[in-house]
Design a protein around this ligand. Structure first.
Ligand code: CMP
Length: 153
């Protein structure tokens, strides 16, 4: 079992797509272990997107990500970091394949609806930025036994 940080960005909430996109992760069988709605501040944006802070698109990214509330979540499942990235598709909605979340709902490089960690190191770092350890709830949904065989988890 692995955990990843997934953030539903301002465009997702403004467009009323949160429920629809969250459903795709639930239907896949990924387990929600933490969830909160918040407003990203400029300093939180710089911390989260530290690796992009010197890039030309950063000022626009910061303006976008602080413009409206976001919903931060932690999802759990086997190989969940890779699985979620593949469900999202390429960074740009213009390049993402049809059938992926960005391919189906985004036509933008910046307004790509959802952020997800790209490695185990990023997942640990990003989960720590947005959540206290006590906010992560380990639980066993009663239907979990119908999503994977015991030998797979
Ligand atoms: P995300 O997966 O959250 O990681 C960094 C974010 O920066 C990315 O999604 C986009 O929202 C944004 N981004 C990446 N590349 C560009 C770009 N070339 N121009 C504008 N925004 C970008």
């Amino acid at each position: 079992m692995e955990r990843t940080f997934v953030m539903f960005k301002p465009d997702c909430l403004e467009r009323g797509l949160l429920g629809r996109i969250l459903s795709r992760f639930e239907e896949k069988g990924l387990r929600l272990v933490a969830m909160k709605m918040l407003r990203v501040t400029p300093s939180l944006a710089r911390q989260h997107y530290a690796e992009h802070a010197s890039k030309p698109f950063y000022p626009s990214l910061e303006e976008f990500i602080t413009a409206s509330p976001v919903v931060a979540t932690v999802l759990e499942g086997p190989e969940v970091i890779r699985v979620v990235r593949e469900m999202l598709g390429a960074t740009s909605g213009l390049k993402a394949l049809a059938g992926t979340i960005r391919g189906d709902y985004s036509s933008s490089r910046q307004m790509n609806l959802v952020h997800a960690s790209d490695s185990p190191e990023s997942a640990t770092r990003e989960i720590d930025i947005y959540f206290l350890p006590a906010e992560l709830l380990a639980w066993d949904p009663s239907l979990a036994c119908w999503f994977q065989a015991p030998s797979e988890v």
